[in-house]
Design a binder for this molecule. Structure first.
Ligand code: TYM
Length: 333
């Protein structure tokens, strides 16, 4: 069983595709999968209420455009399955505040914005994420490198819960690609930081919906170092990032990478990265536009996924409720 998700905040970018979406698609036929649009998580930071619903649809459409088959995998919207928030409460009651305060993403964001300006939702965010995963008894969670700590927390919470209430929760394992395989795509304009939806300015990220000219312009302006020719052994962060992107997009071996780029100028590498990126994004964008052209069909697909997810979520949650000792609610007819 596989569970993973993305927030419908900002625009999805190449990091989201290489770190998560592509690995989801590649392993799709091997497992039972739940792929979720985590709209409740998007509320933990600033968001525009006029845009959230449409962004939620757009992320679902991007999942399908990238190759998720709703006939094979269950596609759901987090807020449509109320068991996520109920389990989050049960888990928060066994999660020490200290564990949450130690989360790097929380520390970074709270340092940047100040304690008075961040929500308590940002602190408890990883508990909701743990609930997403544990609710479905997921064995594997395919994510990018930046989610590793949240997955460790999920395991710790599950372990503690099981110690208190019996073996009801399944400990999930993260599935994170190897470094250089797209698990951590760095910002083009600042290769020491990861490519992110929330970073100021667009120059650092390639949006999945960026038109070809914009992709080319961003890649050609990507920050490299003061050298001129590619050296795989001693490449600085910027060049290494471009090589990683090329390798992740083409699936080529290190030997092929060396044959094609070793000793070549940076311009040659950038042009090649731009072209494989454009070639990957064009068909995805065409499919995306098609899907958004029929919102009724998209909503129908999501409603079917929500329904399937709710069945599993309700059955699992009722066992978890019983384990903590809640009175069983009267059966409704
Ligand atoms: P989010 O929405 O920030 O990112 C979605 C996925 O994309 C990966 N990712 C990257 N991978 C490689 N390079 C990058 N630069 C990069 N940036 C993002 C992320 O690792 C993630 O896999 N907390 C999660 C959402 C979530 C979730 C869950 C994930 C909520 N509940 C349950 C898995 C299971 C998040 O904010 O991802």
């Amino acid at each position: 069983m596989v569970f993973s998700g993305m927030q419908p905040s900002g625009d999805l970018h190449l990091g989201n595709l290489l770190g998560a979406l592509r690995p989801w698609v590649l392993d799709q036929d091997r497992y039972r999968n739940y792929f979720c649009v985590v709209d409740l998580h998007a509320l933990s930071g600033p968001h525009d209420p006029r845009e959230l619903a449409e962004k939620t649809r757009q992320v679902a459409a991007l999942y399908i455009a990238a190759g998720i088959d709703p006939g094979v995998s269950t596609l759901l919207v987090q807020s449509h399955v109320p068991q996520h928030t109920e389990l989050a409460w049960l888990l928060s009651c066994v999660t020490p505040v200290g564990w949450l305060e130690r989360m790097t993403q929380f520390k970074d964001k709270s340092r940047r914005r100040g304690a008075e300006r961040i929500s308590s939702g940002l602190l408890t965010y990883p508990v909701l994420m743990a609930a997403d995963i544990l609710l479905y008894r997921a064995n594997f969670v395919p994510v990018g490198e930046d989610q590793r700590q949240h997955l460790e927390l999920t395991r710790s919470v599950a372990r503690r819960f099981n110690r208190l209430y019996g073996e009801v929760l399944v400990l999930p394992r993260p599935r994170i690609g190897r470094r250089g395989g797209g698990a951590r795509v760095m910002a083009l304009d600042d290769p020491e930081s990861k490519m992110s939806k929330s970073a100021q300015g667009e120059a650092g990220r390639i949006g999945l919906l960026d038109p070809p000219e914009r992709v080319r312009a961003k890649v050609m302006r990507a920050k490299t170092d003061s050298g001129r020719a590619v050296d795989l052994e001693s490449a600085g962060a910027g060049v290494a990032n471009l090589l990683d992107i090329y390798r992740a997009l083409t699936g080529c071996s290190r030997e092929q990478l060396a044959r094609q780029f070793q000793g070549q100028g940076y311009g040659h590498l950038k042009a090649a990265v731009a072209e494989v990126t454009v070639a990957t994004l064009l068909p995805l964008q065409a499919r995306y536009r098609e899907l958004l052209g029929d919102r009724g069909e998209l909503d129908r697909v999501l409603a079917e996924g929500d329904r399937r997810a709710q069945q599993v979520a309700a059955a699992n949650l009722s066992e978890i409720r019983a384990a903590v000792g809640l009175l069983r609610p009267p059966a409704t007819s």
